[in-house]
Design a binder for this molecule. Sequence first.
Ligand SMILES: *Cc1c(COP(=O)(O)O)cnc(C)c1O
Length: 450
Amino acid sequence: MQQTRFLLDQKDLPDHWYNVVADMPNPPAPYLGPDGNPVPPEAMLQIFPEALVMQEVSAERWIPIPDEVREALTMWHPSPLIRATRLEKALGTPAKIYFKNESVSPAGSHKPNTAVAQAYYNKQAGIRRLTTETGAGQWGCSLSLAGQIFGLDVRVYMVKISYEQKPYRRTLMRTWGAEVFASPTDMTESGRHILAQHPDSDGSLGIAISEAVEEAAGRDDTNYALGSVLNHVLLHQTIIGQEAKKQLEMAGDYPDMIFSPCGGGSCFGGIAFPFFADKAAGKDVTLVAVEPSSCPSLTKGVYAYDVGDTEGLTPLMKMYTLGHDFMPPGIHAGGLRYHGESALISQLYDEGLINAIAVPQTETFEAGVLFARTEGIVPAPESCHAVAGAIREARRCKETGEAKTLLFNLSGHGHFDMSAYERYLDGELKDFDYPAEAIAESLQHLPKVG
Ligand SMILES: *Cc1c(COP(=O)(O)O)cnc(C)c1O
């Protein structure tokens, strides 16, 4: 019988995070304040604990993972690496396809990997409460779980349309002890400001971030936690790629190409950065960020300084952005809706060191359904982007006869996304051209720098 599952022992859980900054050809562009000057790291202490601020600006290649965080991570890590032989067969491809299964965490995605680290450092710093935002609920659930593990209260501002359409994730957060509110709320200045302009606002991630940041900035016992985009978040996710590398060694393989969904960039950075270290040392590996055609920040955005939220409370970050008030159209069902992109990933992309593709939504769900029918696991709509990227390449290999080794990040399962699958299966999901006009309009509101 062919071995398809590659498993590590609990003791093989990485004991350091890998910091890609150490291997980047140029130092990261600094975060800027509203005056256009670099933000001193101390300014971030208002909403983040010192340990995370130090990680945010660190250039050390390896950063030790505290024992308490490793212990929490062993609840679901090391996660399995699987060779998708049934999918390979269905595609009739000579390519070998592996996936890293991050859907095995209690919250069903890779996001708890950073949530436990963030909760730990906040607890250490004497913080009692965390605020955050969530869209579909994956991050809110992950932080609720982590708050429960380390004894912190968690308040989640959930994008209103998801709050209404995804009641089960809301309940999952409450089960793990969090308070959940539909954003925009009337509890913050930012929320009231939006409601005054748009009383029927469906909310957006940018608005919910504004509310969570505002509350954290206004209370000494409360900090803010972000589930993606920031350097320290991507850092915490690098256990994914480090484990995958060891597991592929067990399989006697090394990837030619790696595919990951890419919204704010944490799951892409998590799987790809440890392989970027090899690439920087001369190895040939292609790292592909896969994004939705309807929210294409890398492939159709501009590389410019922009804020991370709608109300402009965050520092300016140099990133690929569609403009901070860009919202993908309502028909888009595949997640990955953030207007911007991790600054580290943006810089690597700008320098031509990583690749990106955009995939239309029916192709992503078609890939997800084929994956479910062959490998059994129903991928999260976000994860379907990676599946679709790998399938495109595997089909290309079939034409050329190349036996490439492909690896993708199965960042989560789709058990709470059945309504999106239902719309796909009922033929209701349509592809649409990326909203060029909406993006052009929103890019006019980019902050002026310098
Ligand atoms: C959040 C999420 C992603 C996207 O992560 P980013 O950091 O925004 O790129 C991908 N897959 C799943 C399952 C997620 O929950």
